[in-house]
Design a protein around this ligand. Sequence first.
Ligand code: DGJ
Length: 733
Amino acid sequence: MGIEFSESKKQFHLKNDYFSYIMEITEENHLLQVYYGKRLETFQQRLVYPRVDRSSFSPNPYELSNSGFSLDTVLQEFPGYDTGDYREGMVDITYPDGTKATSLSYKEHRISSGKKKLKGLPATYVEANEEADSLEIILTDENRKLEIVLTYTIFKNYSVLTKSVQYRNYGEQAISLNKALSMCLDMPDSDYDLIQMPGAWAKEKQLRRNRLIQGQHVLNSKRGASGVTQQPFLALVSPETTEHSGEVRAFHFVYSGNFTMKVEVDTYEQTRVLAGINEFNFCWQLEPQETFQTPEVVMVYSDQGINGMSQHFHHLYRERLARGGHRDKERPVLINNWESTYFDFNEEKLMKLVIDARAIGVELFVLDDGWFGQRNSDTTSLGDWIENREKLPDGLLGLNKKVEEQQLTFGLWLEPEMISEQSDLFRAHPDWHLHVENYPTSLGRNQLILDFSRKEVREAIMAQLTTILDQVPIRYIKWDMNRNMTEVGSHGRSSKQQQETAHRYILGLYEVLEELTVRYPEILFENCSGGGGRFDPGMCYYMPQSWASDNTDAIERLKIQYSTSMIFPPIMTCAQLSDSPNHQIGRITELETRALVALSANFGLMMNLEEKSAEDLKAIKAYIQWYQDNRQLIQFGSFYRLENPYSGNYGSWMFVDKDRSHAVVMVFQILSQASKPLKKIRLTGLNPTMLYKVEGQQLSGEELMNFGLYLGHRLSGDFTALKLEIKAIKEEQ
Ligand code: DGJ
């Protein structure tokens, strides 16, 4: 791994075992993108982009008139604004004279080992300097007194490049950053499929793959959160790319607020990818000598198909995005009371659930919504984080003690960013929510959003939370967030800075999360936003696991978990076994199917145990026991997708442990059919020369991966599932 700069060729070559990333500086100091693809040992060509005159409609920079060089066509690292490139650029800045033209030139660069922290922002990290090298390239627009620092980090052990940008105003007056993106990648061709994950509530991360065509494709969120409707992710893959072969270039934005990801295929069939904070509700006043730091983008290159991409995301996120003591620890099997009680509970009811849960081996009890203020419905009490003594006569402390006596640890639901109009907090501070003065504020689930961009608001909430957490030995927090921003205004902020609110909110949220996770390292945080509404890499930096969806139906979950696994490893993805008929969509499924879907991730229960038959309880106990026995494999093994439930009647996947001696395969049939074709499933990730025991047979890894197993015919009925265990016997000679 390394970063080389050739003085003679004025080229940067970043490479590790997997990929190369090459840029070059022209004689006129333009920084151009040359190559991002499979690792090259060397690169000999210089000034490779042909100078071709594209007519007078593609302007030339003044000093390069009639040279065939136009910013409208070349592959750039940092396209400016209104200076000849009519494609979408990285910036939109209003200068003191009211104009916007911006063009950046190379000034200098610095190469160092390791990776610097991004102040106040989540980011991937290293634990030792040898794990990565970093490059900072400084560009300037001297006329505008604007300095840009492009930061690149290449990791040694992952096929990962990260990019972020700092914007510095070294002029004497403030400038307005109307748009300040994090990364650009220009490619000379456009023969790609675009993979993205649009979604909705209870339908998060739906996988879509379409051919890229000319024009702009915009994936974004204006919700003040990364949101349910798009994941800040996209991948460009060659049309022939499959799960296991072909090239992939993937981009994931490490941020939890408004984002934009754009792919533009230009008139010459070249492709530009841009990512960063959405320009919607964003305008940052950059004062003289101040710097604006953008969040980073994680780029993954794979020439081993989509699965190859996922392996790098999984390892990076598990090992160098998630933090804290829980990162490498097995996660507990929990039970959450939400779907069994909703708001209607008292201590007795909860303790009955706890005692029943203990009997089947559950390790952690999570008290969900409804435990505080007058919270008997979703119309009230957010902001009043004081236990309801009618429901919990001995308070949280008393309940915690009783739960611990049953040998379970205790966890709590919170929604700290929200406020109900019906709350003491609102009565005391009617201007603490995001709103526009003298303008009606929209409601979502009857609630308003606390203005986390304001310090005093954050401090007041922190004071309430720390009062609880200092007193009650809580071991887990489910941090929920159930609506998105509207009428984004911040009381007391100057009119010039109002458009900083949405981003300042996210920075404020990150500050609170940093403080809490540092102060309470023993607490396992689970990120939730009405399900997976803010399940993004920014949140994963603070919270090592996320509730993937409010939809707990096994078949819908099959798809959600399948696409979530593109980027997030199973240990980060929470799945819970729930009742049938399913509470969200009413589907009836067998216990086995529901269990196998939930056991395929970070497993828990959200069901009413009181109503279960002795037979079902016995079965659930066995599932929990199985999970506990195999949790290392599920949570820390390698995960491989086998059958895509979006394109066929089956969904399947498998887990393989580190030394490839133990694997588990899960296969799901969606609908039953007459005269159905046979289904052979080829496994992956095994050791070809190892001999494995599979249901009484001894088969080599090679046979299992190339021939496979006939499995489909063994599934009969709608929504059925099977699990296969594979254990190594010995090495073949
Ligand atoms: C939304 C979450 O996704 C649910 O699991 C539950 O915690 C409710 N909020 C509680 O209001």
